[in-house]
Design a protein around this ligand. Sequence first.
Ligand SMILES: Cc1cc2nc3c(=O)[nH]c(=O)nc-3n(C[C@H](O)[C@H](O)[C@H](O)COP(=O)(O)OP(=O)(O)OC[C@H]3O[C@@H](n4cnc5c(N)ncnc54)[C@H](O)[C@@H]3O)c2cc1C
Length: 395
Amino acid sequence: MLAHRIVVIGAGYSGLAAAGRAARRAGTPGAEVTLVNAAPHFVERVRLHQLAAGQEPRERPLRDALRGSGAELVVGRVTGLDPGRREVLVDTGAGSDSLPYDTLVYALGSAAGTGGVPGAAEHALSVSTGPEARRSHARIAGLASGGGSVAVVGGGLTGVEAAAELAESHPGLRVRLLTSGEPGAALSERGRRHLDGALERLGVDVRANSRVVRVDGSGLTLADGASVPADAVLWSTGFAVPDIAERAGLAVDASGRVLVDERLRAVSDPDVYAVGDAALVTGPSGIPLRMACATGLPMGLYAADAITGRLAGREPAPFRFRYYAQCVSLGRRDGLIQFVDADDTARESVLTGRAAARVKEAVVRGAAWAARNPGPYTPRARRARSAARPEAVLR
Ligand SMILES: Cc1cc2nc3c(=O)[nH]c(=O)nc-3n(C[C@H](O)[C@H](O)[C@H](O)COP(=O)(O)OP(=O)(O)OC[C@H]3O[C@@H](n4cnc5c(N)ncnc54)[C@H](O)[C@@H]3O)c2cc1C
């Protein structure tokens, strides 16, 4: 029997978890799993603000993560899809190739979105992808020693984490945080109070209710016409997804995220599953899940189980997800764990300070570990039983 070809494109939290788990689960009936990624290593995106601030995260080769799973790795850039022929087009550097699939897992993640603000794409830095964060580090490290300034634009959790990390790592750098509303607007009252205090302690100059409408080589222009000078601008107003799905004719929303059903299958193509930032998945109370490793990782695990389950003749139960907490780093010595309801609405309870920083670090390590070691895990009792069986046969 010909093996069923599962191709996973994108080796972030969701794609790596999907490929590793599908490969470990496949076998009955036979399937082969191929993972395609632009870089040969796993990028811990949730640490990229640390990289921009000068900390060097550990490089984790994808080959090591896949060792023993049976999955193949192709290092190359996906340039297109042909769903009609069920092929992925890959540029490996040595030329273009087409990779056939029977089932595709689309997990290409996201990068910085500039929201169409003039000058942002040309002049601003970001912490959204590995290469961007490295570029930010090179520019900001040069400014820090000379008392230069950086303006972080965007008061969501990524912008807040970036501003705090830069300010803590470079006390000589003048760090400003500009946002159209309030920083950490979705947090509880207590959460916001802690966040404001931390940013003040770190010397971050927060400009709330400041909408940026233009970026140029000397800084920013606000909606009210005011100019804000900055030696560097770090853009962090949200993520944008690649246009590969849209170009291939898959049904996507206005931002290009793949529309999926409750089993994470593309609504326009049952041979395609979409997971992570690149998929539009609805959570509790009908709100799309936020782009997060906290949501992408379970999606990747689910897709692997759904695909291999279907190959074995089992219809998967719908994907279910609930939130528990938002984990925010405020430099290396402070943090905020904001406990939330199932639909991500902030509760009043928070954990703050060093304890929160330690929890956040554990969560970040745990996420990278889980993406590289996605199971399935055999319960200890069953492992013991199956280990015992060959002996019984020998007797
Ligand atoms: C600084 C920062 C802090 C964050 N903090 C948190 C946090 O605390 N908690 C949280 O839950 N989330 C956080 N996030 C968000 C989180 O990192 C993303 O939501 C998550 O990484 C998405 O996972 P993914 O698998 O969808 O895609 P990604 O992790 O983005 O991986 C996509 C992969 O696809 C590859 N790829 C893309 N295009 C191509 C192509 N054309 N060809 C081949 N390969 C390609 C990329 O190289 C990458 O390896 C943070 C993000 C940033 C930038």
